[in-house]
Design a protein around this ligand. Structure first.
Ligand code: HEM
Length: 514
């Protein structure tokens, strides 16, 4: 093959991955195909900025050659294979979650020696990051606290929460769409994700502004960046105090509301927990459910706005939106990876692991495993098994917030599609199509946008209301066929919102004309 041969890390779009350690890429800078030799040992997954920005070539190479691989710098065992990841998820007695939110290096004042580290890990729990969060607990402690949590996120509560999600999506869009453009992450996604959890927990609406001021003012902790990793305990601790206060008041004076239910929730053995345990679980839902859902919303909107064919397909049939969300989660998992630590001797694939080995499960890579997903690099809204992705994890720690995250994404995207004629990426901020400059989180653990600038052409209110009305009843066969035969008047599609305001005070006319 007559292609330039690069021996350094690849960057570009994978065209063909061969099994002799080479990858054919389309390199945007050179504007041509290049052949890349990939030596995984040269790549530091934890610090390489280009891999963080686009890990796909790395994931694909690892899946093809080393679905389980011990990287040489830190000795971390990196699991990209789908089946191999499931093996780890299914054995919490072997793989502890205590280091779940940590990094590749353990920072402990003790050497991890012995055949069974179960006791010593619990003894030194205080040295692990996020050690008071459910996601880092192992059984039996995890079993008790998870039961407490599941008493808060019941199917009934989730159902009641849906009304709030729909109403809030419309309220935010009422504010944003007339402007004709928005920065979607901060103006919509962050506020929406925080209020979704707040309503789920029964936080009274008069306290919502306080929560937004506390949580939406700053980006969450920059997890998954060895240089920028910072603690984010401050705002969470203030939330602990908020919930402890509510729980203590409701225990004294039950009010028959959701917070009262939270205050009276018991462990599986019937004992009433210390208020701080319930408060931690409640407050940590904001940490677990905020950034992740913001990322899902951002990734989804970036794809919809960047790919007009997908956008048209979804707008024509909004019933496809849930499938679109699953395929997005498969191909771009918002949480790329979770750590585990072996408590005892173990083996995954062909590798033997000593007790005390750090393991990194790459959920994001597992969604691209060709043994499970045909043509894994293709984004296919109709993919039958997209929902088998591991973006929400598996096993005892499976994400309990998954139904909420899915509902947030579905309601937001449906309403955006119903209420707009067109959504586009702002070329002014992100460059022209095909040469986008995304502002991504510099993280090996997370996939998400720091900022996402969009332009939108709002649909005239009468039209989207009428259309949304039909969408509710479209499962009725007669109404469905009527909807398909109808086309919208051209004037409605081309008329920009009269109220369109622009970034930096630019006029509505110039914004619409871009
Ligand atoms: C797109 C959004 C979300 C993604 C991708 C996501 C992903 C995950 C993953 C992968 C895990 C398992 C981690 C592991 O096994 O180490 C997890 C656990 C968890 N998630 Fe989510 N999550 C999302 C939204 C939410 C929401 C909205 C909430 C709360 C309302 C939430 C609450 C939790 C909690 C409490 C856990 C820990 C469960 C346990 O340890 O038993 N998540 N999430």
């Amino acid at each position: 093959m007559d292609l330039p041969r690069l021996t350094h890390r690849p960057f570009g779009i994978i065209l063909n991955l061969s099994y002799n350690r080479t990858i054919v890429l389309y390199n945007r800078t050179l504007a041509r195909e290049v052949l890349v030799e990939l030596d995984p040992a040269e790549i530091d997954y934890f610090t390489d900025a280009e891999v963080a920005a686009d890990p796909v070539p790395y994931f694909d190479y690892m899946l093809a050659h080393h679905p389980v691989w011990r990287e040489p710098k830190y000795g971390v065992v990196i699991v990209t294979g789908y089946h191999e990841a499931l093996e780890v998820y299914r054995h919490p007695e072997v793989y502890s979650s205590i280091n779940r939110t940590g990094g590749p290096v353990l920072d402990l004042p003790v050497e991890l020696a012995g055949d069974d580290l179960t006791d010593i890990l619990e003894q030194y729990r205080a040295y692990f990051p996020s050690n008071d969060q459910l996601v880092t607990f192992d059984p039996p402690m995890h079993t008790d606290h998870r039961a407490l949590l599941m008493g808060l996120i019941t199917p009934k509560r989730l159902k009641e929460n849906e009304e709030f999600l729909k109403r809030t999506a419309d309220r935010f869009l009422d504010e944003l769409l007339p402007k004709g453009q928005c920065e979607f992450i901060w103006e919509y996604a962050k506020r929406y994700a925080i209020l979704a959890v707040a309503d789920l927990l029964g936080v009274p609406e008069e306290d919502h502004p306080m929560l937004l001021a506390l949580l939406a003012a700053e980006r969450g902790p920059m997890l998954g960046n060895l240089q920028l990793q910072v603690s984010h305990r401050g705002s969470l601790e203030r939330l602990y105090d908020y919930f402890i206060d509510k729980i203590e008041r409701r225990r004294k004076n039950p009010a028959g509301d959701i917070l009262t239910g939270m205050s009276l929730a018991t462990f599986p053995d019937g004992t009433l927990p210390d208020p701080v345990h319930v408060a931690r679980i409640a407050a940590n839902l904001f940490a677990a459910g905020n950034e992740t859902t913001v990322q899902l919303l951002g990734i989804s909107l970036a794809r919809i706005a960047d790919d007009q064919a997908v956008q048209d397909q979804l707008r024509q049939d909004t019933a496809l939106v849930p499938r679109f969300i699953e395929e997005t989660l498969r191909i771009e998992a918002p949480i790329r990876g979770s750590f585990r630590l072996t408590k005892v001797r173990a083996s995954i694939g062909e590798l033997d692991l000593a007790p005390g080995t750090v393991v990194l499960l790459l959920h994001g890579a597992a969604g691209r495993d060709a043994r499970v997903f045909a043509d894994p690099g293709e984004f296919d809204v109709q993919r039958a098994n997209a929902r088998h992705h591991l973006a929400f994890g598996r096993g005892i720690h499976t994400c309990p917030g998954a139904p909420l995250a899915r509902a947030e994404a579905v309601y937001s995207i449906r309403r955006l599609l119903e209420r707009t004629e067109r959504i586009e990426i702002s070329a002014e901020h992100h460059g022209p199509a095909g040469q986008r400059r995304w502002d991504l989180m510099p993280s090996y653990k997370f996939r998400g946008h720091n900022h996402l600038y969009l332009t939108c052409t709002e649909r005239a209110a009468g039209l989207w209301r009428a259309r949304a009305g039909r969408a509710v009843t479209r499962f009725l066969p007669r109404q469905r066929s009527r909807r398909r035969s109808r086309t919208w008047p051209a004037t409605a599609c081309s008329t920009p919102s009269p109220k369109a305001a622009a970034w930096s005070g630019r006029s509505a006319t110039s914004a619409a004309g871009r």
